[in-house]
Design a protein around this ligand. Structure first.
Ligand code: ADP
Length: 483
């Protein structure tokens, strides 16, 4: 099939979270299955640091937004055989961050990402690449299905192009004033509650859900949760009305990119068969972060966006109690300035026992996955979660709140002693979290059982080939009605 992916981030070019991991690896798995897949994303300032300078296209794409017509160039790169087109609009993308700074979104995000969708469609026309399916990710590409819906009616180029929209996180809805919709060329007839309108504004996420041929989210449990009033954030009705086109597909993980057997960032590599390198990674991490050197004290870790979604409030609430246990805590994250401040302050009281690193650092994240014993994800909600999948690969046992994709990937010893790979707590309350930490400490104290738990997680297969085949099935569904 001919496939076009449109997304706002993809590893290794630009990443703020799991979306980038998915968009950076699913196309490779599809390519390996023999499909002609291409990717469109912005030429952010960060990308140049990864790719070096790529030649700017001579031909320009004319993109009308508001009163302006932007003459947009693009740069062509490659990700292991997959062509990647970077849309280059310096006034929109040549910035320090992807979406905002100091806890504030960039005020022109609607234009920045509306342009991305328009440019992607204009680009494939210019390249005469007629996709069988365009796969759009999250609100930043939510206008792709809307524009396709508008253009299909009067333009034969996209007449047979289907559209899959993936919700990586329903919590980010891409809300903007109604006026913005008009400036972005959305037809008046779609600016109502049956279209993109949402609480008096427009939601680009809603547009994606409403107008895509098929919609999916990134785990079966989250797919069910978002169809309930408790978790649907006002979109549950629309999601239920599209239930026959809504699917829950668990993300894969690129086992080559995330492997303790050949990770260059680690002090020592290791495998499930030979774990001897892991204690060396732990010692090196304790040294690096100024923690007490102790092989017997378990290190709990988090590598995360600092957002209320991730259970940071629950962690802060439980902090002093957690510190009474014989454990160390390592947190790597950035995000909400209030959380950053409170975490740094809380860690300051326990310098030998806790370390909070407030930055984005891929290499350190790898040393943390490898050096830690347990990986904490007390998420309030979690669409899929990649952190726990990476932790499993690196032999850091996940301790997670029983929600969304965490339920679909983590098995507690209480559910099955044979298949256990981590610990689950069920109530989003500090008592439930602490009880679970205590259970995990009891298990950690028994080295034989612990090694079994570690190995069980390390040898599980969450790799992409299987997940990619499921995506191909969805692509076929997208095109079915257009034949
Ligand atoms: P989300 O997509 O909601 O942010 P996921 O668990 O799906 O959460 O994915 C998070 C990804 O981002 C993982 O690859 C994790 O290692 C990475 N990550 C998050 N914060 C940081 C950070 N501060 N430094 C390095 N990597 C990070």
């Amino acid at each position: 099939m001919k496939l076009l992916m449109v997304a706002s981030e993809a590893a290794p070019f630009a990443k703020t979270g799991g979306l980038a991991d998915v968009v950076g690896s699913l196309p490779l798995a599809l390519h390996a299955l023999g499909h002609d897949v291409r990717l469109v994303m912005p030429w952010y300032r960060a990308v140049r640091g990864v790719t070096g300078n790529l030649r700017l296209s001579r031909r320009k794409l004319s993109i009308p937004i508001g009163g302006n017509v932007y003459q947009v160039g693009y740069r062509t790169g490659e990700l292991k055989g997959v062509p990647v087109y970077f849309i280059d609009v310096p006034e929109f993308y040549d910035r320090p961050e992807l979406y905002g700074e100091h806890g504030q979104d960039y005020p022109d995000n609607a234009d920045r990402f509306g342009l991305l969708s328009l440019a992607a469609l204009e680009l494939v026309r210019q390249l005469k690449f007629v996709p069988d399916v365009i796969h759009a990710h999250d609100w930043q590409a939510g206008l792709i299905p809307v524009y396709l819906h508008q253009q299909r009616s009067h333009d034969s180029f996209f007449a047979r192009t289907g559209c899959l929209f993936t919700i990586h996180n329903l919590g980010y809805q891409g809300m903007f004033p109604l006026e913005t919709g008009r400036a972005l060329g959305i037809e008046e007839s779609l600016l109502n509650s049956d279209g993109l309108e949402y609480h008096g504004q427009i939601s680009l996420l809603k547009g994606g859900i409403r107008f895509a041929d098929q919609v999916n989210t990134v785990s079966p449990t989250y797919c069910q949760e978002i169809q309930t009033p408790e978790c649907g954030i006002g979109l549950d009705g629309l999601l239920r009305s599209r239930a026959d086109r809504l699917h829950g597909l668990l993300n894969g993980l690129d086992g080559k990119l995330w492997s303790p057997a050949n990770d260059q960032s680690l002090m020592r590599t290791y495998t499930p068969e030979s774990l001897t390198g892991k204690p060396a990674c732990k010692k090196a991490l304790q040294k690096e972060l100024g923690l007490q050197l102790s092989s017997k004290t378990p290190i709990f870790a988090m590598v995360t966006r600092l957002d209320s979604q991730k259970g940071i409030d629950l962690l802060l609430e439980s902090w002093d109690k957690i510190m009474t246990r014989n454990l160390q805590l390592v947190i790597l994250g950035t995000g909400n300035p209030d959380f950053e401040h409170r975490l740094a302050e809380a860690a300051g009281f326990y310098p030998d026992q806790a370390s909070v690193q407030l930055r984005y650092d891929d290499a350190l994240s790898r040393r943390i996955y490898a050096g830690s014993d347990l990986f904490l994800m007390p998420s309030r909600y979690e669409p899929c979660g990649l952190g726990q999948l990476i932790a499993l690969r690196y032999g850091s046992v996940p301790l997670v709140h029983a929600t969304g994709g965490l339920v679909d990937t983590i098995v507690d010893p209480r559910e099955s002693a044979d298949q256990a790979n981590g610990f689950l707590f069920h109530e989003y309350r500090h008592k439930s979290l602490l009880d679970c930490i205590d259970r995990s400490l009891t298990a950690y104290a028994e080295p034989k059982g612990w090694q079994k738990l570690v190995r069980q997680g390390m040898t599980q297969d969450f790799s992409w080939p299987h997940a990619a085949e499921k995506y191909v099935e969805l692509y076929r569904l997208c095109t079915k009605e257009l034949q």
